[in-house]
Design a protein around this ligand. Sequence first.
Ligand code: CUA
Length: 155
Amino acid sequence: MKMHLDEKIWLGLSFGMIMIFMLITGYQGFALEMGPPSHKETIDPQKVDQTAPFDQPGIKQIGENEYEVVMTLQIFSFNPANIEVPAGSTVHFTMTSKDVVHGFQVANTNLNAMVMPGHITKITQKFDKPGKYLVLCNEYCGAGHQVMSTTITVK
Ligand code: CUA
C-alpha cells in the first residue's frame, strides 16, 4: 500500500504529539510528584478495622492545642462523627475509606480532600473561629451520598 507523503507527515506528527503528551504527563507524575501528595501511604481496604491506627478511630489530644483525628469514611458516614475541639486547636486528620471514594470537605475552611480506599489521607487544619462546621462528602459515593455529612464543633 502506498501512502501519500502528507499522510505520512500527519501520521508522524500525531504520533509525535502523543509521545510528547505521554512524556509530559509521566514526567509530571513521577519526577515532579505532582500526583496527589497526601495519598502516598497505602492500606489494605479490606482490613481497615484491623489496621492501626484505624482499628481505633477517634479523637486524641496530642499537644496543648493539638489533636489527632483518626477517621474512617464509609457509605454513608464519618467515624468518628460530630467531633468537638476547643477554639485555636490544630487538628491532624488521618483518614481512609473502607469502601468507595469519598470526599472530606469542611465548610468555611480550606479543608477539602479526597479519601480513597487503599490510601491514607493526611491533612491538618487549625480551627480558630468557634462555631459548628459542616462536614460534607463531596465525591459521589452512592444512593446515600446526599446525606453523608457530620459536623466539627469548635468551642
Ligand atoms: Cu461519601 Cu459521597
